[in-house]
Design a protein around this ligand. Sequence first.
Ligand SMILES: NC(=O)c1ccc[n+]([C@@H]2O[C@H](COP(=O)([O-])OP(=O)(O)OC[C@H]3O[C@@H](n4cnc5c(N)ncnc54)[C@H](OP(=O)(O)O)[C@@H]3O)[C@@H](O)[C@H]2O)c1
Length: 270
Amino acid sequence: MSLEQKVVVVTGATSGIGAASCVEFAKRGASIVLVARRQDKLEEMEKTMSGFGIKTLACKCDVSEKTQVQKMGQQTLDKFGRIDVLVNNAGFAIYGPVSELTIEQIEAQMNTNYFGMVYCTKYFLPKMLEQNSGHIVNVASVAASFGLPGIASYCASKSAMLGFSEGLRHELHGTKVGVTVVSPIMVKTNFFDHASLKKIPKYSPTALSAQTVAKAVVSAATSSRLEIIVPSVVRGAVWAKHTFPFIINPIIGNAFRRRIEKTGTLEKHS
Ligand SMILES: NC(=O)c1ccc[n+]([C@@H]2O[C@H](COP(=O)([O-])OP(=O)(O)OC[C@H]3O[C@@H](n4cnc5c(N)ncnc54)[C@H](OP(=O)(O)O)[C@@H]3O)[C@@H](O)[C@H]2O)c1
């Protein structure tokens, strides 16, 4: 699929799924707006992108801050005059039982994962509607469909993304603006470097590569589906959970609870 002349905004572009998605979009000739907080990493990504001979714009922006998102949006439209694909990917998790997490830690996850997506969507949606074209790709997680002990607040932020996306998609019916959620299972990225996640096994050997998920993100940009679960076989687990919750929920609950018991009381992490 060629994406030449298309303008793609990717949040969380400096690492993992976001960085790999930028590479996949760049290979297809798109112009890319790189969005993240770390200036040095943005500059590294800009260098990587220059190898593809495409146009780029690097915006240092914390998506949990409305005013920074507005500035990034303005810079994007000033430079390119349009937006074709918005990938809301920036996100993180803080591991710990609700009884031990602070309210600020729970808010922080919601502010980046959910409200960051809302701020970017609210900024770019009017332009997409004016153009009568565009696609919003929201990177949620399989955790959007499960309430897991140890990451309850992360699951809540991802469920919120899924619910928002589904409602918005219905609202956009009849326009040429689409919304698709990409929900991966475990992916080998720096996501697991957060201090709170140090006590649990980093990721299993079967974890996906960021590139696999990035390819799903590119497909999502032209998809008519609400949710793409990666890998697709995991759809079966989501179906089973909704169809037989009385069987599946206790199994999942016990497995994840045992992990909390093993890791013991958590230290405080910001
Ligand atoms: N890894 C997994 O197993 C997995 C599974 C399912 C879903 N996901 C989801 O996939 C997305 C990408 O995660 P990843 O695995 O690629 O993790 P990652 O390697 O840690 O990358 C996270 C990216 O988000 C950026 N970011 C974090 N907070 C931000 C903020 N407030 N404003 C702007 N940028 C911010 C980071 O850049 P800066 O630090 O430079 O800002 C980084 O580029 C997340 O939404 C995550 O929830 C991950």
